[in-house]
Design a protein around this ligand. Structure first.
Ligand SMILES: *Cc1c(COP(=O)(O)O)cnc(C)c1O
Length: 385
């Protein structure tokens, strides 16, 4: 690792021109499942691609440098990355997670809890008393996710990490929504950073992948061991595409976030919009924490249509630049309706309690021209009535 290199340089150039054989500028892809031994008991660093693969290792090294970690394990999906961290908790151990965590994470946590793999406590981590009560039960692992989905509520990573560590817990932060371009949980006290690389890191909506970055070298081996025995490591081709996408992480995120700020300001001034949830707006409940903890406000936001479910239906049927789809972080702008898509499984009552109304829409703002995005929103809002 070249100490002290700017993260932009790491993203753009880690591993460039490192090929010893032909001088390939772009690091080669090794699709081979297996590697020839040079002799009896002598492998050349790689044996079998489930265990380790050169291109996947280069992606892991790049992610570890970007997150200020000691190393990383690259997995076949973000969910596999979450599950890999959960391998730290065994029968009788307590896992504490945010009550408004990503839906897939919620499903995985409750399925494993139901099978007795560990105990689970879901808490509102912005509620200091609720968090303290959870930590008094001496959890093994505290999971954090900030900003939350879809209301973009931000929690204080360093405060939660300090209290969790004082209680003897390990701390894992899901950094998918911001990426290391805008937030670095390890310097704030996290032991592990989880990514769905499907989102901003790859950034082109053409790979499903994940990663766990470890703050400490000593944590790496147990995770590598578990990823290898369960076979959840990512494929060489996915690692290649993800590193290719990662090269442009910084300029993509900067441009997307500038578009998102313009979209948030436009929506906040529109009469058909009842509320805008974007941490970059001074009116957002957790604007101050976001400003202190992040180096930018990101490109995800949500907003409430005054007209409720019917207006939301008309809006998503009218958009032409935005596409109605789940997921986020790609170069293209997406709109999702949480009540009928990402948060359908939660049930109406839990959604209402969480503040997810039927008129709520979530945007992942892409790289299109700002004027085209605003014009699309303008006409869709007119159609929504
Ligand atoms: C998408 C997502 C995941 C799951 O990742 P997959 O790549 O879809 O398996 C986990 N956490 C967050 C915050 C996500 O947005």
């Amino acid at each position: 690792m070249a100490e002290g290199r700017d993260p932009r340089t790491v993203a753009a150039a880690n591993g460039i021109a490192s090929d010893q054989r032909f001088g390939a500028v772009t690091p080669p892809i090794y699709l081979s499942s297996t590697f020839a031994f040079s002799g009896y008991e002598q492998h050349r660093g790689y044996e079998y691609s489930r265990t380790a693969n050169p291109g996947r290792d280069l992606l892991a090294d790049t992610l570890a440098q970007l997150e200020d970690g000691a190393g990383a394990v690259v997995t076949s999906s973000g969910m596999a990355a979450v599950d890999l961290v959960l391998s730290l908790a065994g029968r009788g151990d307590l896992v504490v997670a945010p009550h408004d965590c990503y839906g897939g994470t919620y499903r995985l946590l409750s399925a494993r809890r139901d099978r007795g793999h560990f105990d689970l406590l879901l808490v509102d981590q912005s509620d200091a008393a609720a968090l303290a009560a959870a930590l008094a039960r001496k959890p093994k692992l505290v999971m954090v996710e900030t900003p939350s989905n879809p209301l973009m509520r931000v929690v204080d990573i360093s405060a939660i990490a300090a209290e969790a560590k004082a209680a003897g817990a390990r701390v894992a932060v899901d950094n998918t929504f911001l990426s290391p371009a805008l937030q670095k949980p390890i310097p704030l006290g996290a032991d592990f950073v989880i990514h769905s690389t499907t989102k901003y890191l790859n950034g082109h909506s053409d790979v499903v992948g994940g990663a766990v970055v470890c703050a400490a070298e000593a944590d790496l081996e147990p995770l590598r061991f578990w990823a290898n025995i369960t076979g959840v490591t990512g494929s060489p081709f996915d690692a290649y595409l993800t590193l290719r996408g990662l090269r442009t992480l910084f300029p993509r995120v900067e441009r997307q976030q500038a578009n998102a700020a313009a979209v948030a300001a436009f929506l906040a001034a529109h009469p058909a919009v009842a509320a805008v949830h974007y941490p970059g707006l001074a009116s957002h409940a957790t604007h101050a924490i976001a400003k202190a903890q992040q180096t930018g406000f990101g490109a995800m936001l949500s907003f409430d249509l005054a007209g409720g479910a019917e207006a939301a239906r008309r809006f998503v049927e009218a958009v032409r630049v935005f596409t109605l789809a789940e997921s986020l972080g790609g170069v293209e702008s997406l709109v999702a309706h949480p009540a009928t898509m990402t948060h359908l499984g939660m049930g109406a009552e839990a959604r209402a309690a969480a503040g997810i109304g039927d008129g709520l829409l979530r945007l992942s703002v892409g790289l299109e021209a700002e004027a085209d995005l605003l014009a699309d929103l303008e006409s869709a809002l007119a159609a929504a009535g």
